[in-house]
Every structure is written in structure tokens, then in C-alpha cells.
Design a protein around this ligand. Structure first.
Ligand code: ADP
Ligand code: MG
Length: 612
């Protein structure tokens, strides 16, 4: 027992607290330092609880008579440096104050200290001190309360943060409780209307009982997520979205969560429209516990790939004071997490199946989530691989399976692998794409923010397939069908051709030349970047590696030895027309540092052609 009464009511009583700690409140204050503002959430939610309990008593008929106006009032008296939280809930009798404030609430404060001794910092931030959190900001706290029970004697409790309290009878007309905080010297920041309003708006915006501050109700007591999904219209969802994010664009669609078993979970998750720029807007989902705001850092509760969703989640199974370590170890949290993943997959699959056209129009925005989810979440991958869409250059959509089927006949290589050709930049790769299309190949458009990452992650999961960017090989090697190629030039001539190029452009380290007997009407020069090399560079770039220690940028240049120009160049060399050859290359070299990829190829081709 912690509080010991010395005398009995109706006279004023005094009690003392016997705890191991000299003075518990300074310690509370120290421990919860970073979270001081939550005192208001605790006190207002106690007032809400008391009001809800009274409503229940009334609805069961236990309490008779009028409930009247149940609004909770928060009043700041700046001159006296006091904050008042006034409710018309069920109030407390003297015995109840003893039991719930002096014993239970205090013992939970004490328990906090005990746990803190054992577990240290781990406990901080998830232990609900409830009522006693008031002492984080107040040097003195008073309670004036009168029970709803007929003929109750109102009582006044006060405690100055030391180990003693006072309890005395008072006159109080109205049913309910008033909590009065006398702000401590070091907590005067809270003696400020703006600050109090801010805290109320943060934590109490959707509390189920009206809360008034400065003569205005600050909350919406029945937010949309608490309603049955069948009763909510598209307009309602869009309106509620605006309430949450006044500056947000209309969302694409939403998922109304409504679970009763094996855990309680309600909420609405919105798929936002993502702007061209991929803005990482984390912390947009808000977590509530019975409509009390808990936090907006929902990692662990929401799967990482859905952190970009917007909306609210409400679960009374998550305590008001949560810490990351708590969330990571809690089994309910894990269930909530996989439930959300499942619901999102359900919803996407539903839209895909019932309205593929609309699914496709949303893909531009939704695709990012889906792909990210497939990369990071095995279970989601299994579901989403059925509705994940690929888009080709002609802007047609396919599921992965559909696409594999589409290209299998034309794009299977000698190892029986179906090669998926893709581009992330159709303009820069235009000539590659055209060359591929000329062979009857199809090219996928993979120009999204995470497509590179997506490809390297899922490639091995799709049986017998391989992804290659169109510029990663010369056309015949891109999909190697092991067809013997006739070469117009002899081996010696090919060597001589290669040497001519190396002599002119080599030594710079930027280009590596090789000759290949392509079709005579294929490109003369092809500037390629092997798939593995490019992926490695991408990875380095993603990890933010600097130029130091990273690969220098270089390309392979494939010279088509069957092209007419090759024959001409070899001839120039044989005829020892070095000056003409020199001139042909000089023009190209002049600008090579300024030109890249396709442009360079075109440039060399153009100038070589002109002079041969
Ligand atoms: P919790 O809310 O988790 O029970 P608190 O420390 O916040 O713990 O409150 C302790 C108890 O004090 C409550 O359970 C309730 O019985 C009582 N109490 C606190 N505030 C009020 C109030 N405004 N009206 C009636 N009872 C209250
Ligand atoms: Mg409480």
C-alpha cells in the first residue's frame, strides 16, 4: 500500500506515501522528459473515459436522469498559470479517489519506476503513467470531483508533488471531475493558448466526446473510420481524406479496415496520387488507440512498403505509449502488419479482377507500391505477382505471365531462357529499340523510380527468364540464338579494323572496341553497356558511392564488320590511305567527350561515312 490515510472524511485527511524513492515525481519528470506534452492527452482521455462510462450507465438504465451536455472543457488560466480539464462524466466518490488515484494510479507510477530499474531506457515511452503524468508539468495537481451517484459528497484532492496528498469534502454542484494543474516553473511553455491548442489538435482531434477549448470544439467525435464501411460513400472517403490532409490531392482508392478478431483494428488506408517527383512522404499514416492519437511513426505496424500510404489505423490493442522495441516484439503488432498486407493485396486483386481498365489507369501510381512490396515482402510477392503489370513501349499492359507467353516464341535464347528486353529511356535507346523491333522483338518500358531494383530482385523468381536492357549487347547477342553468322571480312581484316578504331579512339579508357558480324543493314557502330556492369554501376550510385573507388564510366563499341563501311575502312587502311582515315576519325574525336551513347554513335557513323 502506498498511500496511508490518517483520518477519515468528512474532515480533511492527510496521507503519506511510503515508497523506496524519496520523491517519485521528479523522477517521473526526468524519465518522460522528451514526451512532456502527452500529459494533456492522458488527462483528456481520462475525461473521455469517464464520459463514455457514464453514457454506458445511462444506456443500461443504471443511471437515471438527464445526461445533459457532455462536452469536455479545457481552460487555460494564464494569470494563475493553471490548466483546467473539466468533464461531466461519472466522477468519483471519496472511496474511488482513494482506490483509483491514491492506490491504483499511484501504483502504476511506482511500477514504472520498478520496471525502469530493471530494464532501463527500454521502458521509457511505452509506460502509461496516465493521471500522474500531470506531474511532468505541474508542481501541484488538484482534483475536484463528484460522483454521478445520488447524494454523493464531492471531494477535493490535492498533491504538491511530494509524497503527501490532501483529501477534503467540498461543495460541487455539478456531476463530474475537474482536474487543475498548476504549472511548474520549468513548464511555463504550456501556459500558452497556442501551445495547448496545438497539443489538443494533435492528440485529441478524433476523440469520441466533444472537447472545447477557447469556446470552440476542436475535435470530430465520429470520424469516418469508426463507421461501418457499408454506410460510407466515395464522397465521405474523399472528404475525410481532406480532413486529414487539407492540402492533399484526391486519393486513388482506399481500404476500410474493420477487424474484430483476433485483434481489434479499424482504420482507412488511402492510396495517394504520387506526383512526378517521388517524394518520400513517410509518417503520413496516423496511429490511434480508441480515437486517441498515439503516433505518426508507424514503422513496424505498417509494412515498410506501405509506409507511403496515407490514412489512419486505430487499434485499442496498441497501448497509448508505444516504443519501437515494444512494437517490434508485440505479437498483435505483427498480426496487424500482415493483416494490412493481406487487405491491400485483396483490394488490388479485386480491382484488377473486376475492373482491369481502371486498374491499368491507376497503375502509374499504384505500380510503385506493388513493386516495392514485391521486393520487400515475400508474402506480398506471391499475391502481387498475379496482378503486377508490365508495360511495353507500345503502352500495352501485361501481367508477368501474359508477357512471358507473348514473347516466348520470338525471344527464347539458346539456353531456353525467355529474354525480357527493356528500356528505361526510350528516347536515348531509340535506335536500339528499333533494331530490336526490326527483329520482331518487344521492348518493355521500365522507367519507374525503382524499376532497376525491381528487375534485379524479381528476375530469379520468374522461372526461365532473363532481363536485358536493349543497349546491353549487340542485337545478335541480346537474345543469343546460336545462329552461325557469315562474315564478309576475313579474321585478319576484322583484326585490322579493330586496330584502326583502337588507334584512333582507344587509350582514352572510355571505349572498348570489338567487331561482330551482324547483318549488313544493322547499325555500323553500337555503343553498349553490358547488363552486369550497368547494374553494378547503378548499385554503386544507389549506395551513394563517390567517383573515387567506383568504376569509371566506359562503353563497349561493337563495330559491325559486315557493314559496308567496315569494308571501306579496311580498304583505306590496306591502300595505306592513312590521312583520309585519320581525317575521318579526327572529326569524330573532336567532339567525343561532349557526346554520349547514341549521339556519339551517330556522330562517328556520320563523319566516317562522309569521308570514306
Ligand atoms: P487509466 O486511465 O489507465 O485507468 P489513469 O492513471 O489515467 O489510468 O487513471 C486512473 C484512474 O483514475 C482511472 O482508471 C479512473 O478510474 C480514475 N480517473 C482518472 N481521471 C478521471 C476522471 N476525469 N473522471 C473519473 N475518474 C477518473
Ligand atoms: Mg488514463
Amino acid at each position: 500500500m502506498i498511500f496511508q490515510e490518517k483520518t477519515k472524511l468528512p474532515m480533511a485527511t492527510k496521507g503519506t506515501i511510503s515508497v523506496h524513492t524519496e520523491n517519485i515525481f521528479p523522477i517521473i519528470k526526468k524519465f518522460l522528459y522528451s514526451d512532456h506534452e502527452i500529459f494533456l492527452r492522458e488527462l483528456v482521455s481520462n475525461a473521455v473515459d469517464a464520459t463514455q462510462k457514464l453514457k454506458t450507465l445511462s444506456s443500461t438504465g443504471e443511471m437515471k436522469g438527464e445526461l445533459g451536455d457532455l462536452k469536455i472543457q479545457v481552460k487555460l488560466d494564464k494569470d494563475n498559470k493553471t490548466l483546467h480539464i473539466i468533464d461531466r462524466g461519472l466522477g468519483m466518490t471519496e472511496e474511488e479517489v482513494n482506490k483509483y488515484i491514491n492506490q491504483l494510479a499511484f501504483s502504476s507510477a511506482e511500477e514504472f519506476l520498478e520496471k525502469y530499474k530493471d530494464k532501463g531506457a527500454q521502458v521509457i515511452g511505452h509506460f502509461g503513467l496516465g493521471f500522474y503524468s500531470a506531474f511532468m508539468v505541474a508542481h501541484k495537481v488538484e482534483i475536484k470531483t463528484r460522483s454521478w451517484k445520488e447524494n454523493s459528497q464531492a471531494v477535493h484532492w490535492s498533491c504538491d508533488g511530494s509524497t503527501s496528498f490532501e483529501l477534503a469534502p467540498i461543495d460541487k454542484e455539478d456531476r463530474g471531475t475537474e482536474i487543475i494543474l498548476h504549472f511548474a516553473e520549468d513548464s511555463m511553455e504550456f501556459n500558452d493558448n497556442f501551445r495547448i491548442k496545438g497539443i489538443l489538435e494533435k492528440y485529441c482531434k478524433f476523440l469520441p466526446v466533444e472537447i472545447e477549448f477557447e469556446e470552440k470544439v476542436i475535435n470530430n467525435p465520429s470520424p469516418l473510420w469508426t463507421k461501418a464501411p457499408a454506410d460510407c460513400s466515395t464522397e465521405d472517403y474523399e472528404k475525410f481524406y481532406k480532413e486529414l490532409y487539407p492540402f492533399g490531392e484526391t486519393p486513388l482508392f482506399w481500404i476500410h479496415l474493420n477487424v474484430d478478431y483476433p485483434f481489434k483494428l479499424t482504420g482507412i488506408l488511402y492510396f495517394p496520387k504520387i506526383k512526378n517527383d517521388f517524394e518520400l512522404q513517410k509518417n503520413k499514416i496516423q496511429l490511434y488507440s480508441n480515437q486517441v492519437f498515439v503516433t505518426d511513426s508507424v514503422q513496424d505496424i505498417v509494412p515498410e512498403f506501405l509506409m507511403l500510404l496515407h490514412g489512419v489505423i486505430d487499434s485499442p490493442d496498441i497501448p497509448l505509449n508505444v516504443s519501437r522495441s515494444y512494437l517490434q516484439s508485440d505479437s498483435n503488432v505483427k498480426k496487424i502488419n500482415s493483416h494490412i498486407t493481406k487487405k491491400v493485396a485483396d483490394k488490388l486483386e479485386e480491382i484488377f479482377k473486376t475492373d482491369r481498365a481502371s486498374f491499368q489507369t491507376k497503375w502509374e501510381n499504384v505500380g510503385l507500391f506493388v513493386k516495392y512490396g514485391m521486393i520487400t515482402d515475400e508474402k506480398f510477392y506471391d499475391r502481387a505477382s498475379k496482378f503486377c503489370l508490365l508495360q511495353n513501349k507500345a503502352k500495352e499492359f501485361f501481367t508477368i505471365e501474359e508477357y512471358k507467353e507473348k514473347v516466348a516464341t520470338t525471344q527464347t535464347d539458346k539456353d531456353n531462357k525467355v529474354v525480357f528486353l527493356y528500356t528505361n529511356d526510350p528516347i536515348a535507346h531509340d535506335s536500339f529499340c528499333r533494331t530490336a523491333e526490326k527483329r520482331g522483338y518487344d521492348v518493355l518500358l521500365m522507367d519507374g523510380q525503382i524499376d532497376n531494383h525491381f528487375i534485379s530482385n524479381i528476375e530469379h523468381k520468374i522461372e526461365n527468364t532473363q532481363w536485358k536492357r536493349v543497349d546491353s549487347e549487340s542485337i545478335d547477342k541480346l537474345i543469343d540464338k546460336d545462329i552461325k553468322k557469315e562474315s564478309v571480312l576475313s579474321e585478319d581484316e576484322q583484326k585490322s579494323l579493330k586496330e584502326a578504331f583502337e588507334k584512333q579512339f582507344g587509350g582514352i579508357g572510355k571505349f572498348r572496341f570489338e567487331t561482330e558480324a551482324l547483318a549488313p543493314d544493322d547499325q555500323f557502330l553500337t555503343l553498349i553497356k553490358p547488363e552486369w556492369e550497368r547494374r553494378m554501376m547503378d548499385m554503386q550510385r544507389m549506395q551513394g558511392m563517390s567517383m573515387f573507388g567506383a568504376f569509371p564510366e566506359s562503353w563497349n563499341v561493337v563495330v559491325n564488320s559486315n557493314h559496308e563501311l567496315s569494308r571501306k575502312l579496311v580498304k583505306l587502311k590496306e591502300e595505306e590511305k592513312e590521312p583520309v582515315l585519320q581525317e575521318a576519325f579526327d572529326l569524330a574525336r573532336l567532339s567525343q567527350n561532349l557526346l554520349h551513347g547514341e549521339e556519339l554513335t551517330a556522330f562517328i557513323s556520320r563523319n566516317t561515312q562522309k569521308l570514306v
